[in-house]
Design a protein around this ligand. Sequence first.
Ligand code: ADP
Ligand code: ASP
Ligand code: MG
Length: 404
Amino acid sequence: MALIVQKYGGTSVGNPDRIKNVASRVAQHRAKGDQIVVVVSAMSGVTDGLIKLAKEIMPLPSEREMDMLLSTGEQTTIALTAMALHALNVPAASLTGAQAGIVTDGGHTKAKIANITPNEVHKLLNAGNVVIVAGFQGMTAEGQITTLGRGGSDLTAIALAAALKADLCQIYTDVDGVYTTDPRIVPNAKKLAEISYDEMLELASLGAKVMQSRSVEFAKKFGVVFEVRSSLNDNPGTLVKEETANMESVVIRGVALDKNQAKITLAHVPDKPGVAARIFKAIGEASINVDMIVQTASHGASGATDISFTTDKADLLKTRKVLEAIQGEVGFKEAIADEKIGKLSIVGVGMRSHTGVAAKMFETLAHAGINIDMISTSEIKISVVINLDKGEAAVKAVHAAFLG
Ligand code: ADP
Ligand code: ASP
Ligand code: MG
């Protein structure tokens, strides 16, 4: 008898028929004799809808109250999924993240899992139930409800699989695996049979929303091998696992586009030691993640520079508040935000041993008439910031050049 963790995302539980479909798939699997823990997301659109509601009340709501609000999305789905299993005469019980023993730190809206004590899950499984756990949520040791960041149900599934020492972790979604790029942008993108943790992590953190990046980080750390598959068919999916020797023979594994970044430019920043440290310390203390940072050369006699950086669009308002608070002390002239940017990236462990990759990417973009605004590279990725309107055209051109 195997213990399996299956996660079903928002589209897969998007309406009553889809929930019934999930229940019948789970029931069929259980009939083979396995124990099953099902992690579900909120029904598609629900989390976005709740965020919109909150913003109608006030632009920057308390993060504690946001967690209280957003956790209700998943709580709805667990109950409905348990009912759908009952309707098929399958014993099932739902648990919130807290009831499943998921303890987090106090970082509201992006909490980190501190530990999991899944006693209740074991108890219910041993009594013959399918256990349905609410994704995306946990509770602090002090009893505060938290959420794990957008897409966080993936993290719930992977962390539970590790804590339960599950035999298999399956992420069921609305595509049948991880592709060389988003198949909604490039219909001839190819499905990958397997991908290394590092490549999946880069693709996910660079915008491939098929997996939440923190969940991949967790899987790598605890060696949780998982597969990404479709909840609507039985096609073989993509296995995400440790890198193997032959993986480096492929130069580029995938292309990602992140449309959720914004660029902030601080104009006329005094060019003296300690200024960048002051700015990014304040931003870091507000739990705002910064990605690319570019500083221009000093403007001649004025001794001032411009500093640009990118961050999540969702953190823009918070970032503005932090910058307003330190503007006087730091002495920059103004903070200009640009939300119309896209970050295009290519990823592959093969880049370590192949040269000329950046040149080929930049040439491809030049031929397509797409201007590059910022560049950053690491051992296994190259990212560029471009105009958002050119984002999809850029993905198509770069995918055709490297993977087409
Ligand atoms: P879920 O609700 O199941 O968590 P998501 O919407 O979060 O699903 O993620 C699935 C979506 O990710 C797909 O519909 C697809 O458009 C998108 N996606 C982006 N990049 C990729 C990629 N490289 N491979 C597969 N899907 C991708
Ligand atoms: N419902 C949450 C979100 O939309 C978590 C998830 O879907 O994984 O971000
Ligand atoms: Mg998701």
